[in-house]
Design a protein around this ligand. Structure first.
Ligand SMILES: Cc1cc2nc3c(=O)[nH]c(=O)nc-3n(C[C@H](O)[C@H](O)[C@H](O)COP(=O)(O)OP(=O)(O)OC[C@H]3O[C@@H](n4cnc5c(N)ncnc54)[C@H](O)[C@@H]3O)c2cc1C
Length: 403
């Protein structure tokens, strides 16, 4: 899609700002730079974060008064495009945990003015990290079965119960938690969404190690943890509406097929040729792999074009709807198949966990393949998205999740 004249001007101004403000030493550096040992990138990363925050580009479409830049979605896309062109990564969404993509947009919709003023600027600047305490040992897909209780006590709620799979709970400053505030109400009616600081005696976190090696998530225990009543998001006992919206934002943020389309997909063909070799006519030597790779590249392209079409039809007014479930499943499929093909085409080199006989790229591919298994689980599993699609989009009767 080509830019309008106004967009061209905007693109030129973004390019100019990036040329002046992006520290070149960070070019090509991925996320997770917090642990970077060389002093220069850490210093530069801090500088880069603060410059982005000042510009409101941590959450560019949010209102300026809450730390955003008040830009349209097409303008935000232009900023992302221009950053990608020079190998610049925006660290703020990662530093804010669940803040920029999920909690923030939900506060914008459901929050009081006071909540917006207190919480949004810290998220938009990447200085306050948020986690989400939704899942429990007996409440995953069937989230409404949750039992963590919040009892009113003066100006506060007192929380007791256990959450699980809480991503980043051990390093977050704030948590958005789904809790039961009325045990006598219907399953989905007695639930509320509260926000609470993690640094308090009533909150304990225990990291869980994942198959891909890292420990990015935790069991989280609330033992008389305190959430102030003025940090109730939405109405009391109407947390189900709040969480449905928040989960739509989560799915929306997961719709881009990681490494699926365009440039990166072409990279996969080259990789296949390097590892598997080519025939005289230059085509991939393994006919079966060739067929599956071509099929994946077509799926990836179709997914990317669909996102492009939806954005164009919405004329940049990106609405979060049930259709995000379709795109989430399609993005999941593309990302997982890509990861599987990558380790497969590497042959023995795609089986390494550690050691000098494997390149960093090969070791990374194995971790990405294993880590990618989680995509069809978090944010609502693949099967649960299919239930949402059948009920909310196709209008079929609900047969599985009563309550
Ligand atoms: C990497 C990762 C990060 C996560 N981060 C967070 C987080 O930050 N905060 C948080 O609260 N949670 C988080 N989760 C938890 C995630 O939301 C749950 O794992 C997910 O909702 C599934 O719940 P469950 O694991 O209890 O599986 P279950 O609900 O027990 O499901 C098990 C299997 O049964 C299938 N199934 C269940 N119900 C149905 C149905 N009605 N119809 C058809 N099939 C069904 C599922 O698809 C799945 O295959 C994370 C999970 C992962 C993997």
């Amino acid at each position: 899609m080509s830019d309008t004249n106004q967009q061209q001007d905007f693109r030129a101004s973004v390019r100019e700002w990036l040329a002046e403000n992006f520290p070149p030493v960070l070019a090509g550096m991925a996320m997770g730079m917090e642990g970077e040992t060389r002093s220069s990138p850490v210093k530069d990363l801090k500088l880069w974060r603060s410059r982005l925050a000042e510009q409101g580009w941590g959450a560019p479409t949010w209102p300026v008064e809450y730390g955003g830049a008040g830009l349209s979605h097409p303008q935000a896309r232009i900023i992302a495009d221009e950053m990608a062109q020079i190998g610049a990564t925006n660290p703020i969404p990662m530093l804010a945990g669940m803040g920029v993509t999920m909690v923030g947009p939900t506060i914008l919709e459901y929050g009081t003015d006071d909540q917006k003023q207190r919480h949004l600027p810290g998220i938009a600047s990447g200085e306050v990290r948020w986690c989400l305490g939704l899942s429990e040992p007996n409440a995953g897909s069937d989230l409404a079965s949750l039992t963590t209780k919040a009892e009113a006590d003066g100006d506060n709620f007192v929380l007791n119960g256990q959450k699980v799979w809480t991503s980043g709970a051990d390093i977050s400053q704030w948590c958005g938690a789904l809790v039961r505030t009325d045990s006598n109400a219907g399953k989905r009616d007695g639930i509320s969404f509260v926000m609470l600081p993690m640094d308090q005696p009533g909150v304990e976190t225990r990291p869980i190690k994942l198959i891909a090696g890292a420990s990015p998530f935790c069991e989280t225990y609330f033992n008389n943890a305190i959430a102030e009543k003025n940090d109730l998001l939405g109405e009391l006992n109407d947390g189900w509406s709040v969480i449905k919206r928040l989960l739509q934002h989560e799915r929306q943020s997961q719709t881009s097929a990681r490494g699926g389309g365009g440039e990166k997909a072409a990279g996969l063909s080259d990789l296949a040729k390097t590892y598997v070799g080519t025939l005289e006519d230059g085509t991939l030597a393994d006919a079966d792999l060739r067929f599956r790779l071509a099929s994946h590249l077509m799926d990836a392209q179709a997914h990317s074009l669909t996102i492009g079409r939806i954005t164009a039809e919405a004329k940049g007014k990106v609405e979060v709807t049930a259709a995000a479930s379709i795109l989430k499943n399609s993005a999941t499929r593309v990302a997982q198949i890509k990861a599987e093909l990558t380790v497969e085409l590497m042959g023995h080199q795609g089986l390494g966990w550690e050691g000098e006989t494997f390149s960093n790229h090969e070791l990374g591919a194995v971790r990405e393949w294993l880590g990618g298994k989680a995509i069809s689980i978090y944010g609502g599993s693949f099967e649960v998205q299919n239930n949402i699609i059948s009920k909310n989009i196709l209008g079929l009767p609900e047969t599985t999740q009563k309550g």
